[in-house]
Write a protein that binds this ligand. Sequence first.
Ligand code: ZN
Ligand code: ZN
Length: 354
Amino acid sequence: MNSSFDHTELCGAIHLHTTFSDGGVTYPVLIEAARQVGLDYIVVTDHASLAGREAGYEGFFGDLLVCVGYEHNDAANLNHYLALGCDTVVTFHDTPQGYVDRIKAQGGIGFIAHPIEVRHYFAKYPPYPWKDWNVSGFDGVELWNQMSDWLENLKSPLHFVKLFYPRRFLLEVKRELLEHWDALNRTRFVSGIGGVDAHTMKMKLGPFGLTIFPIKVELKGIRTHVYVDRQLPPADAPGAKAMLLSALKNGNGFVSNFRRGDAKGTLIFLLDKQGRAFSPGLCATVPELPARLCVSVPDKSEVRLIRNGQRCAVCIGRQAEFPITSEGIYRIEVFKGKYAWIYSNPFPVGRYPL
Ligand SMILES: [Zn+2]
Ligand SMILES: [Zn+2]
């Protein structure tokens, strides 16, 4: 494997709720858990609240960068949107296009949350899908939402195995959402992130209160990894946050499911004709053809190359190198058996629109 890909990888968890909205943990507990499981960053998104920032929880805690955004929704509690990098919560009961635009006008970025959520087994936990696909200007979509997958699989409270081993049922990103994401990416770049949607829910079983999804377990599931060009500056938290948000907006990385293995150390990059290395996502320059798409994963698996939404090559092993000879939108999926492990953001090879 060519080692010309200079990068620093940051592995983190996005879409976490605390006691400032409907989550079950306080910031200190969340921060301690994130440090204990070795994350580089967390992105907290309480509902319509930036209280975590006002309380002084944004910045570095040891090596952990804590970024405080929030989750927006419309008057019908649909069209949830993860807003990062905003100074204020924008007017609450606005239209989706309204809040997408207002968040952008503040210099923030936004990701459509749980876009096609379909859970419908518990009246108390209805689905909150994104309904308004005419909206433009969003930066990305939450490809994989850990809580959605769990609730969709939990068809009855009697499914105790699923109740107590929630990550076992994180299978793969919905094909329907991948198709939609691929279609969006044919016209403009739309970044993909993974979300935990951690609520650390408590359930009453008889006289006992039971936390069914402890925060340390929640943080060992869906993760978002980004490649940045240097170490985060420990003495400059705003600068570090800007680096992280830029990498998330530009999709410079991949989503993994820790339940299938720790994906830290994974390399996914493109080497162009001139020998220049490109990370996934948007980059300042366009790669020159012919190129090679290089993948190195920490464990033997099935590495799939996707071009314009179609699988076009497969390689079994820990390393793969795919020749790229034509323009298109390329991305990588890594599976272990029937379970998805890693989804890279797309490499746009050529100028938009393709
Ligand atoms: Zn939501
Ligand atoms: Zn949420």
